[in-house]
Write a protein that binds this ligand. Structure first.
Ligand code: AP5
Length: 220
């Protein structure tokens, strides 16, 4: 049974590990990764107009307007199944727009404490060339301030500064957390404070257990 025939959403506060976990599942199962944060940062690196418009919101920890996000996501979707959405949808309007495009099988909700979130985000470093992520304590680069893959310089994201993190967390509470209720029938809850591999195993187990149900809803 091919789990990449379903659509999954990863939901959770900033720093919950959505990017880290979705990238593992993609390596293991071959899903198509749609991370709105990664796509936006790529557009900023290439000086694209949409990216530069979005950067103003991102640097302040605010959400990019729904219209821009939906325009961007639609250009990336060619199939009906096999996607992992990471950081999308983030508002009820985005969720109802997604419902009109593809069916959603499971929504994995990663939750963890405020203290762990702060530690993860303030210690994150990103390669300025290829976008690979590290953490100064939990996943350091063996090349210290350079990327192991492409030797690019590692930098701290503008929105990982403490006062912007607080803003992102409050935006999450107000605008994104209501999605837990919206998706309550599809929700898989995972405590995300453990190590990367144990959370990955729990994801596989919980999503795998529901594979039969997911396949019966999926598109042909
Ligand atoms: P986005 O990039 O999506 O940011 P986010 O949701 O705030 O998520 P993060 O990337 O900060 O955290 P994550 O949960 O992916 O954790 P990660 O795995 O990286 O969005 C950025 C901005 O873009 C938004 O603020 C908004 O402005 C805009 N935007 C994006 N999508 C939008 C949308 N749909 N609508 C409107 N605006 C949108 O891990 C974090 C760190 O912890 C890393 O250093 C990692 O190495 C480390 N780590 C991860 N897991 C573990 C673990 N188990 N143990 C130890 N360390 C770990």
């Amino acid at each position: 049974m091919n789990v990449s025939d379903m659509n999954l959403i990863f939901l959770g506060p900033p720093g919950a590990g959505k990017g880290t976990q979705t990238k593992k599942l993609i390596e293991e199962f071959g899903f198509i990764h749609l991370s709105t944060g990664d796509i936006l940062r790529q557009l900023i690196r290439s000086r694209d107009t949409l990216g530069l418009q979005a950067q103003i919101y991102m640097d302040q920890g605010k959400l990019v307007p729904d219209g821009l996000i939906l325009e961007m996501i639609q250009t990336k979707m060619e199939k009906k199944c096999g996607y992992i959405f990471d950081g999308f949808p983030r508002t009820i309007d985005q969720a109802s727009a997604l419902d009109k495009i593809v069916p959603v099988d499971h929504v994995v909700y990663l939750f963890l404490s405020h203290d762990v979130i702060l530690k993860r985000l303030t210690g994150r470093r990103v390669c300025e060339k290829c976008g690979k992520e590290y953490h100064i304590e939990f996943m350091p680069s063996s090349l210290k301030d350079s990327c192991e893959l492409c030797k690019g310089r590692l930098y701290q994201r503008e929105d990982d500064r403490p006062f912007v993190i607080e803003n992102r967390l409050s935006v999450y509470e107000k605008q994104t957390k209501p999605l837990l209720e919206y998706y309550h029938e599809k929700l898989i809850r995972i405590e995300a404070c453990g190590n990367v591999l144990s959370i990955d195993q729990e994801n596989i187990k919980k999503i795998g257990l529901s594979t039969h149900k997911a396949m019966s809803q999926c598109c042909s």
